[in-house]
Design a binder for this molecule. Sequence first.
Ligand code: GDP
Length: 296
Amino acid sequence: MFESLSQRLSTTVQRLRGRGRLTEENIREALREVRVALLEADVALPVVKALVERIKVRAVGQEVLKSLTPGQALVKVVRDELTALMGSAASELNLNVPAPAVILMAGLQGAGKTTTVGKLAKLLRERRKKKVMVVSCDVYRPAAIAQLETLAGQVEVLFHPSQPDQSPVDIARGAIESARKQFVDVLLVDTAGRTTIDQAMMDEIRALHAAINPVETLFVVDSMTGQDAATTARAFADALPLTGVVLTKTDGDARGGAALSVRYVTGRPIKFIGTAEKMDGLDVFHPDRIASRILD
Ligand code: GDP
């Protein structure tokens, strides 16, 4: 992630380091490069504008201009602002409710929801020692239900079968009942996605959310979708009280602006990133490390 952004900023900084002192003019030049670097990293334009504005205010103030090491001072400002945007600490899942803690997954089709349910189930079972159940509310695609059943078997968690003729709300309620009876700690609820945002999907997931009152509502988004990730995030954040984001396919993402955009648009922490197709390809997201990775 963030390769080109990192490279771009390091070139800028090297150039700044070549000068003893900075003028407002060459700070402006450096900020232009920061802006281009962020756009090239696929950060959505409103997010770039907001970030550069904040960096500018500090850069043309005392902090950078008067510094003896302006290059380093500018990098520090950029680092601070990226960190402030991303939130400085890793954000844990909230499982602090009477069992079963229900986690609802939302996102477009193909974002990686079902895969992430499998990965998260594995992580919760192995690392957090939780008893986990998964259920699919995707009544439109029997193949999605079968896919989840296969993954549940693979990661050794309980699978609640769903009938395509049931409503998503009935399926989820049945799963909660069954989870309670079996003393399940965490119930992961997979949902149907469409290839584009549509009202029927949003209405359905909103009704599902209202019926099951999940402690976590995670928006799953494909980091490869770049600028579109921000648009999708906006639509889901408007429809649902999201509690966090899972950014998938970061193994294939050379630019990584989606992380910044989605965080900015939803105001919610990125809790996990998908790093591979396989079931252990899910990592806790560390925003502070990401800022360092951009700049170091
Ligand atoms: P859903 O429609 O949102 O449930 O998406 P799926 O879970 O079916 O995932 C769509 C495709 O993306 C599948 O081929 C997954 O293997 C793949 N995928 C999901 N997450 C990741 C990831 O983090 N890295 C990679 N490389 N592939 C992923």
